[in-house]
Design a protein around this ligand. Sequence first.
Ligand code: ACM
Ligand code: ZN
Length: 534
Amino acid sequence: MKRVLLIIAALFCWTVHAADYTNVVVPRPLSCTAVEGSFILTSKVVVRAESQSLVGAANIFTQSLEPVLGKMLLVKKSTPRTGAINLSIDSTLEAEQYMLKIVKAGVWIVGGTERAVFYGLQSLLQIAAASDAVKGGVELNGVEIGDKPHFEYRGALLDVCRHIFSVEDVKRYIDILALHKVNKFHWHLTEDQGWRIEIKRYPELSEVGAYRNETLIGRNRHSKVYDGTRYGGVFTQDQVREIVAYAAARYIDVIPEIEMPGHAVAALTTYPELGCTGGPYEVWTRWGISKNIFCAGKESTFEFIENVLSEILELFPYKYIHIGGDEAPRDAWKKCPHCQKRIKDEGLENEHQLQSYFMERIERWLNERGRSIIGWDEILKGGISKSATVMSWRGTKGGIAAAKLGNQVIMAPNTHCYIDYYQTSDPKANGEPLGNGRFPVTLRKTYELDPYLGLNEEQQKYIKGVQVNLWAEYIATFDHIQHMLLPRLAALAETGWSYGNKDYDDFARRMHILRKLYDKQGFNYAPYFFNGIE
Ligand code: ACM
Ligand code: ZN
C-alpha cells in the first residue's frame, strides 16, 4: 500500500512539475509540449547566433537574463552546437513565427525573421525565470514550443503629456512591452497640458507649450486645489531618435500621436493665432476636454501642422502616424467666421463634416508622403476615408462600425483596455492610489476582451489588433506607471498573441509564475491580483 501511495505521489509530483514549469509562457504559445530530459543553463552556456543579424537580439536577451542567472552569457556568431542556446532563421516560417526546443543536448530557437527569434528568446527568458535553481544555474525542463501571434498589432499607449517621464523610464516601458511580445508603442506627445516633442522650426513650443504653471491636486471636477509648481519638459529630437532606435532593437514600432483638432491648448498657448478667437490661452493646469481647438478655417493652422509633421516623419520611420481626432467640441468653430467660411466654401453641411475635412486633408498630406493615419473613433462622425485606421476607445462600437465600413481597426475599448482606470472593484478598501474612477478595469476584465464580438467572419478581417492605453493625469511617477501597466499588459498581450487559445484560469496560473520574473527584473507590478483581490 505504502509503495502504491509513493508511486501515486511521485506521478502527481511529476505532472504538477511538468504543468507548472513547462507551460509557463505569457502570452500562451500556440503549442507547448513537454519532452524528455532537461537542459542545465549555467553561466558557461554560450548563445550562438547563426548570423550577425541575430547578435543584437541575443545581446538584449543576455542582458535581460542576467538578473535571473546572476551572470551574463557570452554571445558568439556561430553555427549551432550542442550545449548551447542556438539561434537561427528559417525563412519558410512566417515573419513572427518561431519554434523553441529545449532538450538535454541544448536549446534551439528557429524563427522566420530576427523578430521571431527575439520572441522565442522572450519565451526562453520566461522559462528560465520559472525554472528550478540547480548548482551553477537553472534546470530547464524539456519542451517543444511552436508559436506565432494571432494579431499583427499588439500595442500600448503611454501619455507623457499629463506627466512626463525620463528617457530611461520610457526605455523601461519598452522593455516591459518587449517581454510580453507587444510590438507597437503608441507615444502620446501633444496635449492641452503640455507639448512634449522638440520641433526645430517652432522652438517656442519647447519653451511655452511644454510648461504649465501648476497642476491640479486630486480628482478633476471635485478639486479646486493646485500645487503652485511650474511643471513640464520636452523630449529633444536626439532623445526621440534614441528611444525609437531602442524600440526598433526590440522589434517595436513607435507610433507618435500629434493631436488635432482638439487637445491642442499647449500649441495654442504658444501660437494663439492658430485658435479661432486668437486667445490668449494658457497651457491647461487641470484635466478634461477643452473647448479651445485648432481653427479649421485658417490656412496657417494647416501650415503649422504640416511643418510639425514634416519633422515627425524624419524621426519616426514606421508607416503609421496617429493624428488624434478625439474630444473636439465644436463650440468655437460654430462662432468662428473663418471656420464658417470654410464650411461654406467647401460645401460642407456642418461642423462634423468640418472635422472630417480637417482630418482628411492631413491624411492626404501624409498619404502623399507614403504614410497612413490612425485616429480615435470620433473620426467616424462626418465620414472618413477608406484608408484611415480607427482606434476604438469609447467601447467597441466605433471599431465595429469602422470594420463594417471596411476600415482597419485597432480595438482599445475603455471598458477593457483603459489601464489608467482602477483595477479592483473597491479601490478605496484595497488601497489603490488615486486613479481614473470611471469604472474598474480588473485584470480579468482586460483578459475578457473579445475584439471580434459583434462582427462576422468577413468583418473580422479588418481588426488589426488590440491596445491598452495608459493616460497619466493621476500618474506622476514611473513606479505608478508600472503599477497600472502590470499585470494588465499581460492580459492584453494574451488577447493579441493568443486569441482563440485563451483560458483565464490557465492565464492566472502562469501569471503567478511570471511574477518571479517581474520580481527579478524589479518591475513594480500591482499586487491585487496576486493577493487574490479583484
Ligand atoms: C481618449 O481617451 N480621449 C482617446
Ligand atoms: Zn476657426
